[in-house]
Design a binder for this molecule. Structure first.
Ligand code: SAH
Length: 346
């Protein structure tokens, strides 16, 4: 089956030419796919009915099924569980901020990185998503917004490791930024990685100015290796230096994500070490009191402890914030909704 949502305009041209369609069709189809709120080929009303039927028969669905949609009563955060054509389930989150609407998309169904605190990785990796499947999450979330409101920011921070599905993620960024398509600014897009250095180096060469977030979660390799198996392969020194080079190459700002876990990485000595390690780099530390995940038994520090840790970082000269926790009432953390859903079913 043809995956139209993953196609560039010239790939669409090629495909439609094979079907015997005139050249201008590609523009029409591309615009329907990326600019208009349609979920099916049948809704593409300026295409001949025969073509619509043919696309419907030959192509993958352009929108996933919405298996569940939860809305936080506290802050309006929406969390969706989408089902793709092969039955794979993934999660996306829509966060409503004063500065705009941000969608957090998944890049893989499941994940094989094995981080100790993360629910997405518990059942391993099913498969990487296509560019179209990542885009479809943004569009499906956008359709749930009130009339006239749009998605302004996208973060690839849902389930999966984007650097393990590199080509699809880069294609996704380029398609989302296409001036004939959704035309979202690359500067409003962020990719988050657990620290796969070759991916970061490659991204620096792409010429696409997306923001880079690093899941650091520890001030040194010893603690990091306990939490994140990937740290055994890529030492922190080399990781930080690759990030420094990314900043040099792109000018885009770096975010260090740091999930605070009680008794593991939340001590004063950890804060001081973090200050020392990060001082040479331009970036913001984003502290996240770890979302307790029932499968793992890790707990967040007290509010006071979090504030104290923040204070140690900022008084040490780092830029740092505590992430506002959205959607606590709707299984906000990575993979929680999906794993709960699957557990309920089995
Ligand atoms: N694989 C990528 C992107 C997905 S994870 C990465 O590692 O960056 C998105 C972010 O959520 C990461 O920073 C991850 O470490 C964090 N995260 C996962 N589980 C969490 C939890 N239980 N509490 C807080 N943050 C969590």
């Amino acid at each position: 089956m043809k995956d139209l949502l993953s196609c560039t305009k010239s790939e669409l041209e090629e495909y439609l030419k094979e079907l015997g369609e005139p050249r201008f069709r590609a523009g029409q189809v591309f615009s329907w796919l990326h600019n208009k709120e349609v979920r099916t080929f049948a809704e593409m009303t300026n295409l001949p009915a025969a073509l619509r039927n043919r696309l419907d028969a030959e192509c993958l669905p352009i929108a996933p099924e919405t298996e569940r949609m939860q809305e936080s009563a506290i802050d309006g955060t929406k969390k969706a569980l989408f089902r793709f054509h092969d039955g794979n389930l993934i999660e996306s989150v829509l966060m409503r901020y004063r500065f705009g609407n941000s969608v957090c998309v998944s890049s893989q169904a499941g994940c094989r990185m094995g981080c100790a605190f993360c629910a997405s990785t518990v059942a391993g990796l099913q498969r990487g998503l296509t560019a179209g499947e990542i885009l479809a999450q943004v569009y499906a979330m956008e359709r749930t917004l009130p009339e006239g409101e749009r998605v302004s920011h996208v973060v690839v921070m849902g389930s999966g490791e984007p650097m393990e599905n590199y080509d699809a993620v880069i294609r996704f960024f380029r398609l989302l930024a296409d001036p004939d398509g959704r035309n979202l600014s690359l500067r409003n897009m962020t990719v988050s990685t657990c620290g796969i250095i070759p991916g970061i180096r490659r991204l620096a060469e792409e010429g696409i100015p997306v923001n880079l977030a690093i899941s650091l979660h520890a001030p040194n390799d010893e603690i990091r290796r306990k939490l994140m198996p990937v740290a055994k392969r890529y030492p922190m020194d080399e990781l930080l230096s690759a990030c420094g080079d990314y900043f040099e190459a792109t000018g885009r700002r770096l975010t260090w994500e740091y999930a605070l876990i009680s008794g593991i990485n939340d001590g004063d000595e950890h804060a001081r070490e973090l200050v020392r390690r990060l001082a040479p780099y331009r970036g913001v530390v984003n502290l996240i009191p770890v979302n307790p995940v029932t499968e793992r038994g890790l707990a967040a520090p007290s509010k006071d402890r979090v504030q104290h840790f923040l204070h140690l970082l900022t008084s040490g000269g780092l830029e740092a914030t505590v992430r506002r926790s959205l959607g606590r009432d709707i299984d906000g953390a990575c993979g929680q909704l999906r794993s709960r859903y699957i557990n309920d079913k089995t």
